[in-house]
Design a protein around this ligand. Structure first.
Ligand SMILES: *Cc1c(COP(=O)(O)O)cnc(C)c1O
Length: 369
């Protein structure tokens, strides 16, 4: 018997998530030394993990014979203090990816809808499809590839349970102002939840006009879930830990579908250490700004249009065959992320100064300039 007939039929339509290409794969495929390859494909921190986070992770390693604290008590307490909210308002996940999946499990199912941008984080679509709910994609038009909030609002109806919004948005690198986002949040009916994905917010935190503060709205009972991650500015992508801030009632719902030990003990310890490492966060933010300027200057010189990003990655266009560019750049030791769904666009993570320089040189060689 065909095993596929036994599966839930909507699972057969589920696409696979394509991750940024690991260095080891490119090394094997192109016969390169892994040391000569820069991965600028997954918006990871090129400066390494938070040193204080690593120190705590090492200590935690000594006790991995014990299960982690399933309630992540210390980590949640640390986040609550750092963000100025109550611990009951926080849920943690195995990466914010897991939180997105859990939120979908809580709110989505057949007959419900989720509204999202058509060039946004691929996980929103996958989480929605996995729950057999309807994806409602709203166009994010070139060349700015930004959200059209009016069209997003118009797409919300009584079946909508989730609206996914990322600011800055991945993969476009576009951002909205705090006022635009808050007005949009206020316009939504109470029959849906706004999932505000703030994976890159730490990179823009010194620009308050771009960072909405939802705390008073959440305290007033608005259905808003703000998701953050330790994978980006804190440099802990490999450990998988993220959190969300929302109403205590929503935290309680998420905890119903959360597996008992979803965040491992090393990740919990590292995240606590990383929060204490704000000097490192500030340093990475500044280095990232310089790197962004370096890449933007390089693209200008090459005549390549880009979306004016403030995140740790940038979408650059002018590549008629993005898959061909992807291959060429890998052979030269730079892994980027082609974005064929956006047309002639590559998404490039901001690397170290040397990595950015090499990336720009490789692009120049590809374009034959
Ligand atoms: C990287 C990223 C995340 C974070 O994923 P983790 O599971 O926490 O590693 C979430 N949302 C967006 C938009 C991202 O780009």
């Amino acid at each position: 018997m065909d095993i596929n007939q036994l599966a839930q039929q909507h699972i057969l339509k589920q696409p696979l998530y394509v991750t940024g290409k690991p260095i080891a794969y490119t090394a094997r495929e192109f016969g390169l030394d892994p040391k000569d390859i820069d991965k600028l494909a997954s918006n990871e921190n090129p400066f390494g993990p938070s040193p204080k986070g690593m120190a705590e992770a090492r200590k935690a390693l000594e006790e991995v014979n014990l299960y982690p604290d399933g309630g992540s008590y210390d980590l949640i307490g640390k986040i609550a203090e750092f963000r100025g909210v109550n611990r009951e308002q926080i849920a943690v996940g195995n990466g914010s990816n897991e939180l997105l999946d859990m939120i979908a499990q809580v709110f989505l199912g057949p007959g419900t809808e989720a509204v999202m941008g058509n060039h946004s984080f691929a996980v929103y679509k996958l989480a929605t499809m996995a729950m057999n709910a309807k994806i409602v994609e709203v166009d994010m038009p070139a060349p700015g590839y930004n959200y059209n909030l009016k069209a997003m609002r118009d797409a919300v109806n009584e079946k909508t349970r989730i609206v996914f919004l990322a600011n800055p948005n991945n993969p476009t690198g576009s951002d909205l102002t705090a006022k635009e986002i808050l007005d949009f949040a206020d316009s939504l009916p109470e029959t849906c939840v706004l999932v505000m994905d703030e994976a890159y917010t730490e990179f823009i935190e010194d620009t308050p006009e771009l960072v909405p503060d939802f705390n008073s709205r959440i305290a007033a009972g608005k259905n808003i879930i703000c998701c953050r991650t330790f994978s980006k500015i804190y440099g802990l992508a490999g450990l998988r830990v993220g959190y969300c801030i929302t109403r205590p009632e929503i935290v309680a719902l998420i905890n119903r579908v959360r597996e008992p030990f979803n965040v491992n003990s090393i990740a919990q310890a590292a995240a606590i250490g990383a929060i204490d490492d704000q000097d490192y966060v500030n340093k990475v933010r500044e280095l990232n700004k310089k790197g962004l300027e370096q890449l933007k200057a390089g693209f200008k010189e090459l005549g390549l249009p880009y979306v004016d990003s403030h995140a740790n990655f940038i979408a650059v266009s002018g590549f008629k065959d993005p898959m061909d560019a992807f291959k060429f750049l890998q052979a030269k030791g730079t892994i980027i992320r082609p974005q064929p769904a956006m047309g002639d666009v590559l998404r490039i993570t901001v690397g170290t100064e040397a990595q950015n320089k090499k990336c720009l040189e490789n692009i120049k060689a590809y374009l034959g300039k």
